[in-house]
Write a protein that binds this ligand. Structure first.
Ligand code: ATP
Length: 264
């Protein structure tokens, strides 16, 4: 459903994405991982047709990503939700229906279904300006699904969500993938990738380092511990060592703290 072949993106002299190959099939939940500045958002924007590649091809459902056909197939949920503050959540969903030119009867039923899925009935008729981050994010997810996309692209989907909202969103990804939607999720939360993903892709400096199921990438990297260790090893060394610079006479003052030592 989503296909990138030899994709490069330059911003002036900066190469953000470098000869990237990436495939997400219908029904697959793909976790796109990489350190800050690795090229994830740039890649996502090319898939959504918001940026054009400097070289290579990006296709969605067989159509060029910038085409109208591709845009009809895709839904994109950015990490910072954007809503029209002076509309209610329901009005915003109706606005999206109009934008896509959807059949009103069918879309109204879909909106009602999504209001229940995202547990928004208590606040959907209030103005968006009064919503919390999590409430906004639920409306944004609902608006992304109203046209029944075949590819769902989400950038850092769980940031700022409470456990209940996070559970709803995670269940939604699984349900979408099981119903045949290609789901591409960019995240820094490795536990989410471990929990949900069929396939994990690790990108660094614009290049795909490894792709496969968790078991496959562990085998290829010859590392069988936590994904965090594998990720850190692949993307530039082991666990970072951070000097806490305690007072000179503090106990253990000369010992650097190793991140992760205190984690359960
Ligand atoms: N519009 C732009 N102009 C110049 N450089 C850019 C632009 N957008 C991104 N870059 C650079 O391209 C590289 C990749 O950025 P990108 O935002 O794709 O990374 P990312 O993996 O999404 O990072 P993060 O996890 O921090 O969000 C970075 O070095 C960034 O500074």
């Amino acid at each position: 459903m989503i296909e990138l072949i030899g994709v490069t993106k330059n911003f002036g002299r900066k190469r953000a994405v470098d000869g990237l190959d990436l495939i997400v099939r219908s029904g697959e939940l793909f976790a796109f991982l990489g350190p800050n500045g690795a090229g994830k958002t740039t890649t996502i924007k090319m898939i959504c047709g918001l940026l054009t590649p400097s070289a290579g091809e990006v296709r969605v459902g067989g159509f060029p990503a910038t085409s109208r056909e591709a845009r009809q197939l895709i839904a994109y949920v950015p990490d910072q939700p954007y809503l029209y503050e002076k509309l209610t959540g329901r009005e915003f969903l109706r606005f999206v229906v109009e934008m896509y030119g959807l059949n009103r009867g069918r879309a109204t039923a879909k909106i009602e279904e999504l209001i229940d899925v995202f547990e928004m009935r208590d606040y959907i008729d209030e103005l968006c300006e009064n919503y919390s981050h999590g409430m906004k994010q639920r409306v944004v997810f609902a608006s992304a699904l109203v046209h029944e996309p075949r590819a769902l692209i989400v950038d850092e989907p769980l940031v700022g969500l409470d456990p209940r909202s996070g559970r709803i969103v995670k269940d939604l990804f699984l349900a979408q993938a099981r119903s045949g939607v290609a789901v591409l999720m960019s995240t820094h939360l490795l536990a989410i990738a471990e929990e949900l993903a069929d396939t994990i892709g690790i990108i660094d400096h614009g290049r795909m380092l490894l792709t496969g199921s968790l078991a496959e990438i562990r085998q290829r990297a010859q590392m069988h511990g936590p994904l965090e260790d594998l990720f850190l090893k692949l993307t530039g060394g082991d666990r970072p060592r951070v000097s806490a610079e305690p007072a000179e006479d503090a106990p253990g003052a000369s010992e650097p703290i190793e991140l992760g030592d205190r984690l359960p």
